[in-house]
Design a binder for this molecule. Structure first.
Ligand SMILES: [Zn+2]
Length: 71
């Protein structure tokens, strides 16, 4: 086994060398910010996929929930 590249972790997205190797998240601060803005629509997509899977009953419930939140 070769020794791992300790302290030379790079961002998974842009390849920038991370200055904080203790961090478990393999993203530079900049990509972390982008990741959050990307994760939000992906989460919404996932939600719609779940709604499709579980059927209109849940959709109805979600609509009620949204209506309740908008009030
Ligand atoms: Zn990055």
């Amino acid at each position: 086994m070769e020794k791992t590249e300790k302290g030379n972790r790079t961002c998974l997205t842009c390849g920038r060398i991370l200055t904080n190797p203790d961090e478990n998240i393999r993203l530079c601060p900049r990509c972390q910010k982008i990741g959050i803005s990307v994760a939000a629509p992906v989460g919404a997509l996932g939600l719609s996929a779940v709604v499709k899977k579980l059927g209109p009953r849940l959709l109805k419930g979600t609509v009620y929930l949204i209506k309740g939140l908008k009030k």
